[in-house]
Design a protein around this ligand. Sequence first.
Ligand code: SF4
Ligand code: SF4
Length: 391
Amino acid sequence: MSKVIDPEMLGDMRRFGDLDVSACFSCGTCTAICPLADNDATFPRRIIRLAQVGLKDELLSSKELWTCYHCGLCSDSCPQDADPGEFMAAARRYAVASYDRTGLARILYTRPAIGSVLAVVIAAFFAVFLYSGRGPQNTEEMEFFTFIPDNMIHWTGIAVMVLMAVAGVAGVVTMVRGVARRDGVTFTSLVSGRTALTRTGAALWSALGVESLGQTRYRRDCKDDEPVEPLYRRRWLIHAMAIWGFLGLMVATGLDWGLALIGVKETGTAIPIWYPSRLIGTIAGLMLIYGVMWFMINRATKYNRAASISTGSDWLLLILLMITGVSGFVIEAALYMPNPPSWGYWMFLFHVAIALELMLLLPFTKFAHAIYRPVALFFYSLAGKKVLQDA
Ligand code: SF4
Ligand code: SF4
């Protein structure tokens, strides 16, 4: 690992958050208070030290960046008001922008005005593109896919997913190369022999199942808002609702396409509430809206430490998620109305355009943590840290 010092790094990082760690004198109070420090006597102050001295490669290859859930306990107890919690959040934004080679993530994080214009342009592009292929609006029965052909949505979706995957994989490769080099992990060490495979499998399960899906450490260890907050407003629950809701909508969409493929129903047609794809989609949509709504309320009111500083990119993600969730229910309402309203068709076009934009921007907004955090947790588990032991 190179030890090249970048004297500009801390100044550059300040563009990603309201941080000032120059006063930190590495006293260790943040380490003592952090519920996720495990037995690591250097977390989170090691990352702060790397930024202070400009060790960029070391910072970007630190999996520990992603284990912090920004509870803010360390910031409340820091004797120097260095706000280590916000530093960690800003460092993650900086890492996302550094892993992304296109420069888009950096623009979205640091140039909110340009980012907002870009977001509108991308949504308008998708809307105009879909509109260009429109068919008639059936007034007898709501037929979304006669208005916007399902083939058009299908292939546009595939193209967007390919772009998203290329950008996401490129970022993950950059991250993995750094973390693996620093931790001494090679491909061979992951797959050679039964013991290695078992360890790799356990680390994968721990990162994806126990922590990312189960939210285990967030739920169990980050108790900073207990018993102050009622259960419905606790940070882990809001976070989990947003994740589970989003994944549930993915499952429901896949199921709907699957049922259409085997000829059980046509995509976009009315089905009873007990149909698996509709039932899962309805519950997941409500969960997503619930989580995103609280995120928005917390950020708008600067309710807690984690929500006290927001970037344009944070808001962009929440707005896109909220629009996708709410417009999905409006479409559903239109689908079940006795006389198909014309606005139902326009809402459908709007919904698809925003959903496509959401997917396209995944590797560039705060959404990117959904890719990078599980990767970091995998390495964290592999290193025998607490996540693995708890699995
Ligand atoms: S961030 Fe604050 S609490 Fe943590 S080591 Fe620095 S001065 Fe101490
Ligand atoms: S914000 Fe919370 S989880 Fe993150 S380093 Fe500080 S105390 Fe630990």
